[in-house]
Design a protein around this ligand. Sequence first.
Ligand code: FMN
Length: 154
Amino acid sequence: MPKLKIFVGTMYGGALDVAEQVKPLFEEVGHEVVILENPTLEDLAAADTDLALFCVSTTGSGDYPGSFASFAQAIAEKSPGLGSLRYGLIALGDSSYGDTFCGAGRQLDELLEGQGAQRLGERLEIDAMETFMADDAAIPWVEEWIESQQLKVA
Ligand SMILES: Cc1cc2nc3c(=O)[nH]c(=O)nc-3n(C[C@H](O)[C@H](O)[C@H](O)COP(=O)(O)O)c2cc1C
């Protein structure tokens, strides 16, 4: 069974809630799903990581939340090389923060691309100004992502 790792960066739990809500959608189509709340570079660089979903909110002024900051720093500093990684990205933010809207998700996307990883489809950006419950945007996006990227294995 292929494995999907969901890497979470959250301050208040919204991004974790998204991860938990979309997990069964992947399980229904044949993936084993692991949610990583405090991901490490080892989780990402492990040989069994070929498909990943990142659910990351933004804090401060375009910053990574909590322990996700040291995870991203480790990717940048250790340059693991992620040529075999395919990933999707769900960024949570709030457009009232202006230029730093979804800053963490956008930075992460650049970082992963710079390591040779391949993003499948477009990044989803969920704006708290427009979407009260992030799941309402994430669930249909994931359903469409599974279809369009042919991620059904069962
Ligand atoms: C102190 C603070 C700073 C924030 N800074 C930003 C920001 O710079 N850019 C942005 O898009 N959203 C910002 N947000 C909004 C959060 O990213 C948004 O509310 C998100 O849904 C929180 O997700 P979480 O529950 O996973 O932490 C900030 C929120 C707080 C409380």
